[in-house]
Design a protein around this ligand. Sequence first.
Ligand code: HEC
Length: 249
Amino acid sequence: MKLRFTGLPFLAGFLLLFTHLMAYSGGPPNGKTGAPGEGTCRDCHNSFGLNSGPGQVTIQGIPEAYYPGDIYTLSVHVNQAGQSRWGFELAAKTVTGSQGGAITVTQPQYTQTSNSGGIIYLKHRSAGTFNGQPGGAVWEFEWTAPEAATGPVTFYTAGNAANGNFDNTGDYIYTTQATSAEGVTCFSDGDVNFDGSLNILDIVTVINFILGTDVPTDEEFCAADVNLDESLNILDIVTMLGMILREDG
Ligand code: HEC
């Protein structure tokens, strides 16, 4: 009688534990990117010291300075010769530790997001562990830079170069971080002297930049680069003349 009643909770507990264990490779818990105040995957995958193996995790595509509201394609790379299963978690935070910009999943079959405490955590899914794939793995995503006056944003990521034994043993955990400064907001409207209109004075200013008699600030460069090719030359002058003629006509 007694055994029959304790059997059910035991079975339920076992099933709960089982599904709990199986869930991890399908997506690690939030707050394990190695950001200040967070843990890392090594909280559970602790066969080796943090960043102690011959592999690495990197984040690629982060602009040195972001333009508020612009969208960037970034990727997380985990590599280690000899390992065969992969995972990661990433967060983007401001200096005060709040969410820095927005993260968009572009590979829904391999990655997912989950929010806690106002922070978006991007991480692998089960299929995104690429079990059996030698050498390493890459996951892509999009980052929408935050609005102006947000300040620098730091990306924190932890990566797991795992051995594919469906357990949390024998796996190497790596962390890295990289910061994107806030860039100037570009208004490429030709109003280089910021007097509210585009006219011959702006063209004179740009000619001085081109001749090297004057050096533009970042904001002036933005305003002068009306053909958006990231250099100042005669083509910008031609474009500005066209804009002035169109405005007058
Ligand atoms: C709370 C404990 C815990 C944390 C924290 C944790 N994991 Fe895991 N992880 C596990 C367990 C348990 C397993 C084995 C069961 C399974 O496959 O779900 C596992 C399995 C994995 C596997 C498959 C391993 C293999 O060799 O087959 C990958 C990949 C993985 N985790 C990635 C991560 C990443 C990346 C992080 C950090 C961002 C992380 N885990 C954080 C507990 C954890």
